[in-house]
Design a protein around this ligand. Structure first.
Ligand code: AMP
Ligand code: MG
Length: 504
């Protein structure tokens, strides 16, 4: 890290807070506040992404600054100011309450933001401590890696460090706070600018700051675009629509449920960001949400993610309105989101089912399949993976995907399989299917096993999962018996597996 080429475009080119340091406060007219990580007592490097390190050009190591203890020459640390709609309600100023960007690194090929998550209070910490616990940090580390290797746009990770200090959390928000080991993840992305980064200025009526953030964002992150006219602004927003829609179509493809799709957790680059109470579908349940805070309304359930993506995108559009002459034009960008999602979703289904190009008449085939998948407990990942391996349209080849074999609606499934088989001329594109249907994903209970071991200072499971998930589409026979598995019974109702809170 010492030899890296640190630059500071964001701090140089957007307005910032004149006050320095972490005292929680309302900040006005600014995109960021300068603040340093709080030193931690005993940082120890535990997990490392070799791939990310290679891309950045850094060698293994750096417990001290990755754990927030040292600041290197060239780093200019800050917390970003943003707002957001949480669960549909405007929540005012949020901002990086426990993330501190160390600076931007120019690798020659690309400029990356390097950020520590869990490194102490910032002006945006509100009532909280600015820290993160080991369990949520492991989940963020492994899942970021898993998404990257699945080919799904995501923020990346470089490292995870334990801090040597305990952090108190009430995991289920039920009045039982307890100390847990603290940790810090080093995250990397082209930027951590979110929908909420624009909203805060629009909603507070600060058009000047809004305009300079938009100018900065387009100049550095969308260089093919400009904001000279309303038409060109719409073109820029359409790219964001398309990237956001594509990201969500990917989530639907692999059974990922983000869990907290608040507008402050929506990246302007269509990256999966802020791994909190996310979860992976086991049985195919469109109504499932991993987030206990959302258990009542299930706003962020699996099957509602595209709809929420559109809702969030509409909030971004509203916040760009103040810099346009004719804000009515923004509806074009919203329509484009829906069109774009449909295109990505159709090609996702075509890939999953080994169909060359999806036709309107295939809607029925897909609907029938998704309703059958929900009629009895069926493992999504195993079902789609096995579908590419069958040579005759008979449900007996897919038995392993079902939790209760005697409950399989055999006749209905065989009926569907025959329709599908006919549709693909008895010859589904298996290569395409295997690239769309991962064999291994980060099932909730797998992450929990890694956490249980790490809490005993054993990182071998976390490392094994990272290794496994580097090649999620490969068969990897050595790992099959252990990880190509449905949810074990112990995980059905266990905290951290079937339900997760935002406490992290
Ligand atoms: P999230 O829903 O996890 O993305 O967080 C929502 C807001 O709460 C963001 O502004 C976070 O920075 C902030 N936040 C979450 N956890 C903490 C914490 N432990 N300390 C300070 N701020 C936090
Ligand atoms: Mg967040």
């Amino acid at each position: 890290m010492k030899s890296l080429n640190w630059v500071s475009r964001f701090l140089d080119e957007t307005p910032g807070d004149s006050e320095v340091g972490g005292k929680p406060r309302q900040v006005l007219g600014a995109c960021w506040s300068r603040v340093k990580p709080t030193p931690t007592p005993k940082p120890v490097l535990r997990l490392w992404s070799y791939k990310m390190a290679e891309e950045l050009g850094v060698n293994y190591g750096g417990d001290e600054f990755l754990g927030g203890k040292d600041i290197l020459d060239g780093m200019d640390c800050y917390a970003q100011r943003y707002g957001g709609h949480q669960f549909g309600n405007w929540a005012g100023q949020l901002g990086d309450g426990r993330a501190i960007t160390l600076g931007e690194v120019d690798t020659g090929a690309k400029v990356f933001d390097i950020q520590l998550k869990g490194s102490g209070v910032t002006p945006y910490s509100r009532f909280a401590d600015g820290k993160a616990v080991l369990r949520s940090s492991i989940r963020e580390f492994i899942c970021s890696e898993a998404m990257y290797y699945l080919g799904i746009p995501t923020t990346r990770v470089l490292s995870m460090v334990t801090t040597g200090e305990d952090v108190v959390r009430d995991v289920l928000y039920n009045g039982n706070p307890a100390p847990e080991p603290g940790a810090i993840v080093c995250r990397v992305a082209e930027s951590f600018i979110r929908f909420g980064s624009f909203q805060i200025h629009a909603i507070t009526g600060d058009t000047e700051t809004l305009r300079s953030l938009v100018e900065y964002t387009v100049k550095h992150h969308f260089p093919k675009h400009n904001i000279a006219t309303d038409e060109s602004i719409i073109e820029w927003l359409k790219q964001i629509a398309d990237e956001t829609a594509l990201m969500i179509a990917h989530w639907m493809r692999v059974g990922f449920v983000h869990g907290v799709m608040n507008t402050d957790n929506m990246s302007i680059h269509g990256l999966t960001i802020d791994y909190g109470p996310y979860g992976w579908i086991e049985d195919y349940d469109l109504g499932w949400t991993p987030n206990t805070t959302d258990a009542g309304r299930k706003r962020y359930r699996f099957g509602n993610q595209a709809q929420i993506g559109a809702w969030n995108f509409a909030r971004l559009l509203e916040s760009i309105g103040p810099i346009m002459s004719d804000p009515e034009m923004l509806y074009q960008a919203l329509d484009f989101f829906y069109e774009s999602y449909e295109i990505h979703s159709n090609s996702m289904w075509a890939d999953k089912l080994g169909i060359e190009v999806l036709e309107k008449s295939d809607d029925e085939l897909i609907e029938e399949m998704t309703s059958l998948l929900q009629s009895t407990e069926t493992d999504m990942t195993i079902f789609f993976r096995l579908l590419s391996s069958i040579d005759t349209p008979d449900i007996k080849h897919l038995k392993y995907a079902f939790y209760k074999v005697d409950e399989i609606p055999v006749e209905q499934w065989n009926n569907w399989l025959n329709k599908w088989w006919k549709r693909v001329d008895s010859n589904p594109d298996k290569t395409k299917m295997n690239k769309a249907n991962p064999k291994y994903v980060l099932r909730n209970w797998m992450a929990q096993l890694a956490i249980d071991a790490a809490e005993e200072e054993d990182y071998t499971i976390a490392e094994e999962l990272c290794k496994l998930l580097e090649n999620p589409y490969d068969d990897q026979p050595d790992f099959e018996e252990k990880w190509f598995q449905k949810r074990p019974e112990w995980a059905r109702n266990r905290v951290g597996c079937s339900m997760l809170s935002c406490s992290s």
